[in-house]
Design a protein around this ligand. Sequence first.
Ligand code: EPZ
Length: 432
Amino acid sequence: MDRIRIVGGRELAGTIPISGAKNAALPLMIASLMTSETLTLENVPHLADVEQLTRILGNHGVDYSVNGKRDHQNGNGGGYSRTINFTARDIVDTVAPYELVSKMRASFWVIGPLLARMGVARVSLPGGCAIGTRPVDLFIDGLQALGADIDVDNGYVVAKAHNRLKGNRYVFPKVSVGATHVLMMAASLARGETVLENAACEPEVVNLAECLNAMGAKIHGAGTPTITIDGVDQLSGASIRVIPDRIETGTYAMAVAMTGGDVLLQGAQPDLLQTALDVISQTGAEITPTNEGIRVKRNGAGISPVDVTTEPFPGFPTDLQAQFMGLMTKAKGKSHITETIFENRFMHVQELARLGARIHLSGQTAIVEGVSKLKGAPVMATDLRASVSLVIAGLAAEGETTVNRIYHLDRGFERLEDKLSGCGAVIERISG
Ligand code: EPZ
């Protein structure tokens, strides 16, 4: 199994190109199930999760072709992100089996398009995952509100819509990104108007709404808590660009805040992560939006502790919580980090402790007492963002850190080691 070896202690300086967002690309790819015409997605990141979802969609009958493929290209120029055409001329299977859905929770989202286009879907429950139980009750309630009959049978959600889904008002009892994506897709092909209240406002929801509208849907209000959707009879092909990855942007900004240095995050968009950028500047880093992206700079004057609480957008994202904890391990004082989105998203605490971090857990809050030095060690993590928090800590630790099980990193960070070594970090992938 591949590992990443880091020798810490170098400042970062240079340019890091920001890739297309994983969490925007995945629902956009799933939207291709909603039309028999071609959906062209630009700026799709080259990630294990994208490959996996391509296989899953293939099972349902989606063909794809890649334009301008630049696989195996190393070096610092340009990114891997590609333009991919997805075509679901015929849906050949409305079943999403356990073997596939259990590998990637987002693949459960096919339930919306399959039900809306085919009137039937049988999708495996995703099961638990490393960051919490993550139920699907909101998807079921919401689709029932649109008139679907839903049964749970042998671990599968079986959904049927007799004579099309019907528009309705649905108030999410809790903000959910995935359930917002699914209901927006399903309602686009329903009869009549749907109003979704307390919808997720994440930029990835806006990207999906733009894509669906380009395909002929009539969606208003995406990016606000109230989304109105006038159902249409069918959708057509379209071309849309995946937004830049705000979590990758925040991660590298925190890496620079941790090591010191001066890096341009090329292509990054500040409005996608303003709260996180504000927090990072409170730690002492200088954040400057430029025409090309975001410049992050920090000089030798220590890291200030800052308290954060994760919240739905536009609050501080749960997907940056682990990385921020990495940064706080070297702050000049105590910080409190409270996780409110997922109940079990602190697996990085024990591993950060192996590098010398001092962290106590009290319920949903981690109390981090900054130390002046971290020391390299072998570590591993059980999810994507936790793994990258160990990379950030390793970049600032004395000596050598080996991050094991890096398939988690490959799910969500395109060319991580190339991007960081291009800025002077000593970091390499060790195969086998
Ligand atoms: C998306 O997951 C992201 N995944 C996650 O990113 C991200 O952490 C999360 O949103 C929150 O921002 C993708 O976009 C592919 P939710 P999602 O439904 O949609 C509860 C990463 O590292 N809930 O907004 O699955 C749920 O348990 C990942 O890239 C229900 O209770 O998250 C959680 O507590 C991991 N019932 C909360 O809502 C439901 O039916 C928010 O989850 C659905 C969700």
